[in-house]
Design a protein around this ligand. Structure first.
Ligand SMILES: [Zn+2]
Length: 213
């Protein structure tokens, strides 16, 4: 008589391609290797040595840059002797009283708060894992939210929008870039790098392993 109930056989672990939904059974790649989708080439699993530490460092960098990018002067516009410089924080506050309040809230949330919240959630999940400790309470929910908020984190899109607007404005006025402008430019790079190092599969697997202990 076989006793399968007592000795559970490991279920084959499936992984779906986020781009084209092709289904594969997941196998951890060897050192230096990565798993890509056969159909569309999307990277599915890319564990890197010290990736957790790099993501943590980038998340902290991102929070510091975002602080400066929000409060330091972003642009200075000069038209016929008049000068006006403002920060992203000033711009968001400019619409607080009046019918544009939802715009104000949306700008603050999409450009500043959600990216910072995502970095915070990622830190909450990864710091214990990087130190070989058990995840903090609710780490799974925190990571799920970090992933769910990703499409709403629009700091990079904001930079593209600003670039387009500047081309239009530069005909009318002289525009000088403030420190916050360059901080936003650096943020785009940091956010892209962070997302590149963040291997979801590795993190879910680490969280899952700890949850089963
Ligand atoms: Zn694919």
């Amino acid at each position: 008589m076989t006793d399968t109930a007592q000795t559970p056989v490991a279920e084959p672990e499936l992984i779906a391609c986020p781009q084209c939904d092709a289904l594969y059974s997941a196998v951890a790649p060897g050192p230096g290797e990565r798993a890509t989708c056969l159909r569309c080439g999307t990277v599915l699993i890319a564990p890197r040595r010290n990736a957790f530490l790099r993501v943590i460092a980038l998340a902290i960098t991102m929070m510091i840059l975002m602080f400066g990018a929000t409060f330091f002067p972003f642009l200075q516009v000069r038209v016929s002797g008049f000068r006006n410089s403002s920060s992203v924080f000033d711009a968001a506050l400019a619409f607080v009283d009046g019918p544009m309040l939802p715009l104000s809230v949306a700008v603050a949330a999409l450009i500043v708060l959600i990216p910072v919240a995502r970095a915070g959630l990622v830190l909450y999940v990864l710091v214990p894992l990087a130190m070989d400790r058990a995840p903090l309470r609710g780490a799974t929910i925190a990571f799920r939210w970090a992933e769910r908020l990703k499409p709403w984190s629009m700091a990079e899109i904001f930079v593209i929008g600003v670039a387009v607007a500047l081309v239009k404005i530069s005909d009318l006025a002289r525009v000088d870039y403030g420190p916050a402008f360059w901080m936003f430019a650096a943020l785009v790079v940091v956010i892209t790098l962070q997302d590149g190092y963040l291997c979801r599969w590795t993190i879910w697997k680490a969280l899952d392993k700890e949850a089963r202990k």
